[in-house]
Write a protein that binds this ligand. Structure first.
Ligand code: BG6
Length: 483
């Protein structure tokens, strides 16, 4: 299968925070891959802006080092790197002051797409938006891209939305949740809405429960100070897991169109029930495997911030009443594994005597690693020994099914940045969605803070605190293994 690469329009992309970690790890490597993939028109330009004084040559040397570190050796070559570096410029700018803005203005070209990536602390969003406007650098056709965290509660998210809205319309604002750029996450929509097979069964009547797992092996490491003000609920659940839940639970949008999709996701968030304390388990990893404990990483021995959370969520609407969604995410777990597992109910009546061998149908959408889809079905056990049942997987690994293209699954950032240039907001969060997600998360967080709950500890390399197992056991269900 040959993938179709449709070039985007010529653009000038300004990256504020161009010397930062995200630019080095994700944005620049992603752009390099789109450039060598033939999707970035050769006269497009990337203009990095940051505080330090340096010339283009010095910045290009930094970009080269970043590509050497973050693009696998087999995916880069000297010719590609040199050509890409020529497209890159640097401007020193004071985000909150006046210096550098006239230089940036001079560099921008008329008649090409203008996009501004705010890869900086949210406290600078307002200043950047204002300077771009005052200096006549951003106009009604320009786009801005903002990174998470988009606020730390409803109030701060509203304040950010208000600040951006002073100078930009909602159609110009691209709020990134990089989970929406993951290939399999988009595939979830394709599987649901491009096949007749699943949608008729996609409701509480036929689905027993849904499990969403995002397990990581890394700890919070050097991000401890930031992370300790956030925790897994704010860092992962309010955004990434919430987006996954929305894509599974939403009604079919009338069209794959930005507002149609986002309207449906918003309805799901608004239908979420509050989560009582007994349906939440929070954890903190202990020291082990040569690494420090969470509280040491956080530099806060009394920290009550969770590096793990599991919770049972109900969606109060006709489609989902009676089908719980179990969510869990954590650091320093047994394996890096993200998946969505949809477990179907039993057939209404069994015609086979061999009932104890019956297992539920499970549809597993694996996000990472080994992206793919797997459906567990019952068949007859082969052989002449009577009618015995067994379960087998109908397995589709993307790497295998799609051949060489499947192995080359693009990184989320590649896809999302190209969508910004195309002007397609489908995979970006709308302001009201982010606010609704905080409106759901805030009272849950406030309740455990009020009670002064301490997270349970867990050993690194496990599947999290023991209590999380109980969350499902008491409902007669069990978590899938993390592997
Ligand atoms: C980020 C979180 O948004 O997502 C990190 O801030 C987390 O804490 C990361 O590690 C996980 O992303 P991925 O793509 O590696 O699953």
């Amino acid at each position: 299968m040959v993938s179709r690469v449709i070039p985007v329009d010529t653009f000038d992309l300004v990256i504020f925070g161009g010397t930062g970690d995200l630019a080095r790890r994700k944005i620049l490597p992603g752009l390099y891959r789109r450039f060598t993939g033939g999707q970035m028109p050769p006269d497009s330009r990337i203009i990095a802006a940051a505080r330090s004084e340096m010339d283009d040559a010095a910045y290009r040397a930094q970009v080269r080092a970043a590509l050497e570190e973050f693009v696998p050796a087999g995916k880069r070559d000297e010719g590609g790197i040199s050509a890409f570096l020529e497209r890159i410029h640097y401007v020193a700018i004071d985000a909150t002051g006046t210096s550098g803005w006239a230089d940036l203005k001079k560099m921008m070209r008329p008649d090409v797409v203008r996009a501004f990536y705010f890869s900086v602390a949210p406290s600078l969003f307002g200043a950047l938006a204002e300077r771009l406007h005052e200096n006549g650098i951003a106009g009604p056709q320009s786009r801005i891209v903002v990174e998470k965290p988009f606020g730390r509660d409803l109030e701060s998210a509203r304040a950010l939305n208000r600040v951006l809205a002073l100078h930009f319309a909602e159609e110009q604002i691209y709020r990134i949740d990089h989970y929406l750029g993951k290939e399999t996450v988009q595939n979830l929509m394709a599987v649901r809405f491009a096949n007749i097979l699943f949608e008729p069964l996609w409701k509480a009547q036929y689905i027993d429960h849904v499990q969403i797992t995002v397990a990581e092996t890394v700890g919070v490491g050097g991000r401890g100070a930031y992370y300790d003000t956030s925790g897994a609920m704010r860092d992962m659940v309010q955004n990434h897991l919430m987006q996954l839940l929305c894509l599974i639970a939403m009604e079919p949008p009338y069209h794959f169109d930005p507002n149609a999709v986002r309207d449906e996701k918003l309805k799901v968030i608004r239908a979420l029930d509050p989560v009582p304390p007994e349906d939440i388990v929070r954890g903190q990893y202990l020291a082990g495997g040569g690494q420090e404990s969470y509280v040491d990483h956080a530099g806060n021995p009394r920290s009550r911030t969770e590096s793990y959370i599991a919770l049972k969520v109900h969606i109060a609407n006709w489609r989902w009443k009676g089908t719980p969604f179990y969510l869990r995410t954590g650091k320093r777990l047994r394996a890096r594994a993200s998946e969505i597992a949809i477990t179907f109910r039993e057939p209404p009546h069994s015609i086979f005597d061999d009932a104890e061998d019956w297992r539920e149908n499970v549809l597993v959408i694996r996000l990472q690693p080994d992206e793919g889809i797997n459906l567990k079905v019952m068949i007859k056990e082969p052989g002449p020994g009577g009618m015995r049942l067994t379960q087998v997987p109908l397995d589709m690994s993307f790497a295998e099914a799609l051949g060489p293209d499947g192995e080359d699954i693009p990184d989320a950032y590649e896809r999302l940045i190209m969508d910004v240039i195309r002007g397609n907001q489908t995979l970006f969060m709308r302001g009201d969605e982010v606010e609704a997600a905080w409106a759901w998360a805030d009272p849950i967080i406030a309740a455990w803070e009020r009670r002064g709950d301490r997270p349970k500890t867990y050993e690194p390399g496990t599947s999290g605190p023991e209590d999380a197992l109980m969350l499902m056991h008491r409902d007669g269900r069990r978590w899938r293994e993390i592997r």
